[in-house]
Design a protein around this ligand. Structure first.
Ligand code: FAD
Length: 508
């Protein structure tokens, strides 16, 4: 048997969902190893969450209705029940009592706020930077906890599977690859932002957990439902560890439009009233499509913040404008950016996948809560609720070391240029053919292009094991799943927006 490590529960990913799973498992007395390929807390979408975390207040049934309405009536009612009925206990237990998060409050207690499509004030927040105020104390709490070992800069490359059961994962750290065997594995690897040229996600969101689970034979569902945030501030800096042609500087929260910010096209004209009765406050997918159309027609779209006391009301965003050289008095240049994946690894109400001893939680999972579209501020809550439940359920199994896959003998070298070029191609296909608007012909073309690209990447994977190559492999598997599910779903619903075929340029 090759050198290996073991633990009762292996959690892959240190966002809020992974941390909640680790807490759930260690509370059952299990030893937990939590690995993350990030080197700093910022390497998780959880750290970047701005608006907050929704809870169930006076009217749980209304909260459920809001989730279902936002999903275009496609959310799974049982999953929504699990989320809403466990929301308050999970938040009280973990965020208030265990971590003592200091949410913004007034004399009467927490200052609940409201976001688009919520019908009551039910969102807990800290400044406009809720994520880091939860994520950092949570990491510190578990770091100091005896039963949990957190290992950073360590990537899971592949699951170890035998006869329908998952036994662990192959982990890479510092070019060294070792098997880690566990009684259960919890995937908490977050989103897929790196598959698109513009994203609000941190750099390392390459869809690893979804690809690893799919390659091991787990069911993956609803991958066509990719949510684009309509107002990401765009600047011209190419900046990504994986060679992205990304130009997103930061997310400009819906709250700015809520306070009166107006979208104007390249001719300086306000256009949203022509697209929807709610104008700038229309649903995210409607605004994303309008911004895309106006950028194409007039060259750019800017968010006019002159009706807002911007520096006073949004000091954090004003600072970020300054950091990126954006003069907000001229309007903030914005474009839609990939923000959230509603689908993922199919799980039940305890995060169990279709493979024995494999769990998935958070954005990489598909619980059914979001259906075809997500209600704002429900993702952190989903990660917290399902993380705790999955962690508790995953506990109680012993690691059972078996023969590991043959990755160990492969050459780790890979020309950097290779991954960069392939990622660039992949993003072009996803942007042009599997983006905000999709036509049947484009989707079919994307399938052919992505299959070819995956074939080229697979040829390298057969002989090499570097982290960047596996991220590329995972991205190509995940992109193909999105394109395939989008091609198979002929109904335009939620974030999956099909339009009639038109003459569009191809990506290659
Ligand atoms: C800018 C922004 C603002 C948002 N605002 C809100 C909000 O206000 N409210 C809300 O509810 N939601 C919000 N969201 C969505 C929400 O933040 C995410 O959906 C949620 O945090 C996902 O949590 P997670 O734990 O599943 O994944 P993440 O927090 O993304 O964590 C994923 C982790 O997995 C690790 N990882 C990935 N692959 C591997 C691998 N192969 N091996 C080891 N580690 C790996 C990563 O390094 C990271 O640590 C926002 C998202 C963004 C990007």
């Amino acid at each position: 048997m090759t050198d290996h490590d073991t633990s009762d529960v292996l959690v892959v990913g240190s966002g809020l969902a992974g941390l909640a799973a680790a807490l759930g498992a260690t509370r059952q007395g299990d030893d937990v190893t939590l690995v993350t390929k990030a080197t700093r807390p910022e390497g998780a979408s959880s750290w970047w969450a701005q608006g907050g975390i929704a809870v169930s207040r006076d009217d749980p049934e209304q909260f459920k209705d809001d989730i279902v309405a936002a999903s275009d009536d496609t959310a799974d009612a049982d999953a929504v029940d699990v989320l809403v009925e466990n929301a308050n206990d999970a938040v009280q237990d973990v965020l208030f009592e265990t971590l003592a998060v200091e949410f913004d409050s007034g004399d009467d207690g927490p200052d609940y706020t409201r976001e688009a499509a919520h019908s009551e004030d039910r969102i807990l927040h800290v400044d406009a930077a809720t994520g880091k105020h939860i994520h950092v104390p949570f990491l510190n709490y578990l770091d100091a906890h005896d039963g949990v070992e957190i290992i950073d800069d360590t990537a899971a490359l592949e699951l170890i599977r035998h006869e329908g059961r998952v036994h662990g994962a192959m982990l890479e750290s510092d070019d060294d690859v070792r098997p880690h065997f566990a009684g259960s594995v919890v995937l908490a690897t977050g989103g897929i932002g790196e598959l698109y040229p513009r994203t609000t996600n941190p750099d390392n969101a390459t869809g690893d957990g979804i690809a690893m689970a799919a390659l091991a034979g787990a069911d993956v569902r609803d991958m066509e439902y990719v949510q684009f945030h309509p107002t990401a501030c765009v600047v011209d800096d190419a900046d990504s560890t994986t060679g992205a042609d990304a130009d997103v500087a930061f997310l400009v929260s819906e709250a700015v439009r809520g306070e009166g910010g107006l979208l104007r096209n390249g001719d300086g004209e306000r256009f949203m009233p022509d697209y929807h009765a709610d104008a700038e406050l229309a649903p995210r997918d409607v605004v994303a499509r309008a911004v895309t159309a106006e950028r194409e027609a007039t060259g750019e779209v800017r968010l006019d913040v002159s009706p807002v006391d911007f520096a006073d009301e949004f000091p954090g965003l004003a600072d970020r404008c300054a950091e990126h050289g954006v003069d907000y008095d001229e309007g903030i240049p914005v474009a839609p950016a990939e923000h959230f994946l509603c689908g993922g690894v199919a799980v039940d109400d305890r995060g169990r996948t279709t493979l024995d001893r494999l769990y998935a939680v958070g954005e990489c999972s598909r619980t059914g809560v979001h259906g075809a579209n997500r209600l704002a501020s429900t993702s952190l809550l989903e990660g917290l609720v399902w993380g705790l439940r999955a962690g508790a359920d995953a506990a109680g199994n012993d690691a059972d070391p078996i023969e590991a896959p043959d990755l160990l003998t492969r050459d780790p070298d890979l020309p950097d240029r290779f991954a960069r070029e392939k990622f660039h191609r992949l993003r072009r296909v996803m942007d042009e053919q599997v983006g905000v608007e999709r036509t049947p012909a484009d989707l079919n073309r994307s399938l052919a292009l992505l299959r070819r690209l995956k074939g080229e990447v697979d040829a390298y994977v057969r002989t090499r094991t570097s982290r960047s190559l596996y991220e590329l492999r995972n991205a190509s598997v995940t992109a193909l799943l999105i394109a395939r599910h989008a091609t198979e779903n002929t109904e335009s619903v939620g974030t999956h927006n099909l339009v009639a075929d038109a003459e569009t340029p191809t990506a290659d």
